[in-house]
Design a binder for this molecule. Structure first.
Ligand code: MBD
Ligand code: FE
Length: 287
């Protein structure tokens, strides 16, 4: 007998576990679920339901469609894909809303694949990677500074990204635990330097319920190539953001709607032609 799993390519089979793993990680970290007041639940949940009622009226939703919605919602949970689905389709508006008044470097969504406590590599280091890690070598460095331009020594820069095939360590099997994940601590001059490889455009895991609605609607599942970052310094607000690459595919059609013009890098070839290099300075608002 051929099961559905047998028919998946190796790539899809690996993607199949990532949604569920994101749920497991989220449950480990999430501790704030009870901290929302009754007043806020009533206001926000009430408004969300009213918005849904309006959609049903406007689009004359049928019982067949209502049942399809129920089946799909059940499937998202069974596939463990609520973190994936919500981070792809909803988080960008939360990020925009929460950070609308904040000065300094623009933020972007965290996404479902952040893992805290990655290895610290000092002010200048190479992200953990395999001996034959595919992809163009990338030197990515910069200064972390305050809004008045003062460099911030001892700031933390956490960097994580997918490999050249679009897989994140700890969410796709077969990768070393901390592959392409690391933390840097800025030196006296506020500077850090990360040696890594350039990530490729990335297709979100699409073999579960999230992929099913994307396919059913005729959308695509791609995100542009991106680096994920968290930048923190004492007395300052932590920035969670992403950086993209000039001229890259899907910059204007990111499935997660998480690109911003201020967050695009333009790497140039290194003098010795051994890869590309780029700098980006981070400005943190006071806490
Ligand atoms: C990712 O790598 C990502 O950045 C987002 C937002 C969603 C799924 C996978
Ligand atoms: Fe990502």
């Amino acid at each position: 007998m051929t099961t559905e799993t047998d028919q998946l390519s190796e790539t899809d089979a690996r993607a199949a576990v990532t949604g569920a793993d994101a749920t497991r990680y989220f449950k480990e970290k999430e501790k704030s679920g009870a901290a929302v007041s009754q007043e806020r639940v009533s206001a926000v949940a009430g408004a969300a339901l009213a918005a849904l009622h309006d959609v049903i009226r406007e689009h004359d939703v049928t019982y067949a469609e209502y049942d399809a919605l129920k089946a799909w919602l059940i499937q998202v949970g069974e596939d463990g894909e609520w973190p994936l689905f919500l981070d792809v389709f909803v988080e960008h508006v939360v990020e925009e809303t929460v950070n609308k008044e904040r000065g300094g470097t623009k933020g972007s969504i965290e996404g479902p694949f952040y893992v805290p406590n990655s290895p610290n590599l000092g002010a200048d280091g190479t992200l953990p990677q395999r001996d034959d890690e595919p992809g163009t070598p990338l030197d990515f460095g910069g200064v972390v500074q305050s809004e008045d331009g003062t460099p911030l020594p001892g700031a933390t820069v956490e960097l994580w990204h997918a490999d050249d095939l679009g897989f994140y360590s700890q969410f796709a099997p077969g990768l070393p635990e901390w592959n392409l994940r690391g933390s840097f601590t800025t030196g006296e001059d506020g500077h850090f330097m990360a040696h890594t490889v350039q990530p490729a455009p990335y297709q979100i895991p699409h073999d579960g319920a999230t992929g099913a609605i994307i396919a059913a609607a005729g959308w695509h599942a791609w995100r542009p190539a991106h680096l994920h970052l968290k930048v923190a310094a004492p007395g300052h607000q932590t920035i969670t953001t992403q950086l993209y690459f000039e001229g890259g595919e899907y910059l204007d059609s990111d499935i997660a709607s998480a690109t911003k013009p201020e967050l695009i890098l333009a790497p140039t070839p290194k003098a010795d032609d051994s890869g590309v290099e780029v700098t980006y300075d981070f400005t943190l608002a006071k806490a």
